[in-house]
Design a binder for this molecule. Structure first.
Ligand SMILES: Nc1ncnc2c1ncn2[C@@H]1O[C@H](COP(=O)(O)OP(=O)(O)O)[C@@H](O)[C@H]1O
Ligand SMILES: O=C(CO)[C@@H](O)[C@@H](O)COP(=O)(O)O
Length: 568
């Protein structure tokens, strides 16, 4: 008897998140998830010090590239073992990564932090997406681009983020010129890991477009870069420019070394790199215009396809083929979402709550959510701003910070927790309305990511947005999205959309808006918008506070021996 196509062939998707990497073994024929494993990065995120103990300035967030290889050596074999499939039946592997996460490398891909003698140099390390110390550079890029009327600026909603490739690159150039000179490639981690797997450096179309200011086949000109900083004019030609690979294409074959790390067969397809957010849209079968996918975890990314090219103020970007080939892919985002809830739980909840949660067998998030869910809309008397990690869309300003208004001596932790959940929904509504007003309407809101498990949060979003909420049918959306790309790269499907139709899944209309709650939220949202515009656009208070903090915590970034020399 003949078997259905791909019944006994498999692919591996690996999702590189902020704190861990997750490998998933998936059946090519129907997307069944057969085994998975997660490896936490041993160094997590370096925010206070380097591994040597050397202190870092405020707003830095670095990573250690060896942690990414460690995921290949541990999570992939563990996922294969759990799946119980014969590794010889695996035909491809694909990865997705946080972005914009940047690795400075030598010509052969060796990260500078692995070059002997550079271990103690902060700028030698990977700059994680949430490294927010390049805001002064981003401000200058934005001012100059506007003055010169650079054609690419509207494709980024009028503002380039401090998180993206050029702001981070300029920071490296200005703060550690010696390391800038030694950097031969300024590589997205999404592409670096593919380079580790197949031995070839291919720059993926997604990060090049959204994070690398690559539009219509061109980067910002040498004249622009030179006007930004003398000496920076050759940044693109020297360090950034590289052949681009379309999403879902094969970047190369798995090397013998990577085959030994992972336990997978040498030579299988390795897909072009991709971003954790964008790769998730096909996994949720949401690649049609009007379907906005929100990948809600530590942060939220919003991605949506459209057939029209529009300028959406404050979006992260619009890229032709940025999500799937043949459509304009739009991206917006909120830099802090689950991170804000996590911060609150870790820093602002009394021990008595931790005891209650323990007694009830709940996490603190679950306890606070249960208590908050018992309230009427508006009962806590609070409204908050969700900018604890800055504002990515639509203000594009990482000097902004969080705020809770309405606190009294009667305010309880569950009240503030609920206000923070709501604030992130209001932040999303600002994004959705900005898209609508720019001629790119959102008709369905599709949630993927870890926060979908919080049903109060999901209902708040449905009510605040007045939109039906669909939820991806996989707990590992990005890894499934990568598996879909692996299947396409291996030739099992003609394109990503065809693979998604067989391998993706979604629960449509899992949460629907409640009109009475929506009306109450309209009133709270009006207060949110008033604060948003005053503190985000008009008042300089938050920026001045940030400047004071920087002044008080200045750290010298030069090499320790130079510092010692200077102090001697
Ligand atoms: N029940 C919950 N409700 C709301 N937030 C939660 C809950 N449990 C964990 N979190 C937050 O969710 C975030 C983790 O989301 P997740 O999607 O698992 O991670 P990542 O974004 O790294 O992939 C953390 O920031 C954590 O504070
Ligand atoms: O910015 C992007 C994608 O463009 C994300 O990689 C970044 O926000 C990190 O996402 P996570 O919160 O780790 O899922």
């Amino acid at each position: 008897m003949s078997t259905a196509p791909h019944e006994d062939t498999y692919v591996v998707g690996v999702d590189y998140g902020t704190l861990s990497g997750r490998a998933l073994v998936v059946r090519v024929g129907d997307g069944a998830e057969l085994g998975s494993a997660v490896t936490a990065y041993p160094h997590a995120v370096l925010e206070e010090t380097l591994p040597s103990g050397r202190p870092l300035p405020p707003d830095w967030a670095l990573q250690v590239p060896e942690d990414y290889r460690h995921v290949l050596r541990t999570a992939v074999p563990a996922a294969l073992a759990e799946a119980g499939v014969d590794p010889a039946r695996v035909v491809g592997i694909a990865t997705d990564f946080t972005a914009c996460t940047m690795v400075p490398t030598l010509a052969d891909g060796t990260p500078l932090s692995e070059v002997p003698g550079l271990e103690d140099r902060p700028h030698a390390y990977v700059k994680l997406w949430k490294h927010h110390a390049a805001q002064p550079q981003a401000d200058r890029i934005n001012r100059l681009a506007e003055e010169r009327g650079e054609a690419w600026l509207p494709r980024y909603g009028g503002l380039i983020s401090s998180e993206w490739e050029f702001a981070k690159g300029l920071q490296l150039f200005e703060e550690d010129p010696e390391l800038y000179d030694r950097t031969e490639h300024w590589v997205e981690a999404a592409d670096w890991i593919v380079w580790q797997l197949c031995g070839r450096y291919v720059r993926n179309a997604c990060t090049a477009g959204y994070k690398g200011i690559y539009q219509d086949g061109e980067y910002p000109s040498p004249a622009f870069l030179g006007a930004l900083a003398p000496g920076f004019e050759s940044f693109v030609t020297d360090k950034v420019e590289h052949p681009i690979g379309e999403l879902g294409r094969r970047a190369g074959g798995l090397t013998a070394e990577a085959a030994a790390w992972t336990g997978l067969p040498e030579g299988i397809a390795v897909a072009v790199g991709n971003v954790d957010a964008h790769v998730t849209a096909p996994a949720a079968q949401a690649t049609e215009p009007g379907q906005m996918v929100a990948i809600m975890g530590t942060s939220t990314c919003h991605v949506m396809n459209a057939d029209v090219l529009r300028e959406v103020p404050g979006m992260c970007g619009v890229v032709d083929g940025g999500i799937v080939a043949g459509r304009y892919g739009y991206e917006a985002g909120q830099s802090g979402v689950g991170d804000i809830f996590g911060w609150f739980v870790e820093t602002s909840v009394p021990a008595s709550y931790a005891e209650r949660a323990r007694a009830a067998g709940e996490t603190l998030h679950e306890l606070l959510t249960r208590l908050a869910a018992a309230q009427q809309v508006g009962e806590h008397g609070l409204v908050a701003l969700d900018w604890h990690s800055g504002n990515r869309s639509v203000l594009v300003d990482h000097e902004l910070s969080g705020l809770v208004v309405g606190l009294t001596l009667g305010t309880r932790p569950e009240d503030v927790y609920r206000a923070l959940l709501e604030a992130t929904a209001f932040g999303t509504r600002v994004i959705v309305e900005t898209f609508r007003d720019a001629g790119v309407p959102v008709e369905e809101f599709v949630v993927a990511g870890g926060l979908a498990r919080n049903h109060l949060l999901m209902q708040v979003y449905a009510d605040v947005l007045r939109l039906p909420l669909s939820v991806i049918g996989s707990a590992q959306g990005p890894a499934l999205g990568s598996a879909i790309h692996a299947a396409v790269a291996a030739g099992a499907y003609p394109d990503v959309t065809a693979a998604a139709a067989r391998m993706g899944r979604v629960h449509r209309n899992a949460f629907v808006p409640d009109e009475a709650a929506a009306q109450r939220y309209d009133r709270l949202f009006a207060e949110y918008v008033a604060l948003h515009d005053h503190l985000g656009r008009d008042s300089g208070t938050m920026r001045r506070l940030r400047a004071l903090r920087r002044e008080a915590r200045t750290v010298d970034l030069r090499a320790t021996d130079q510092l010692e020399g200077a102090h001697a």
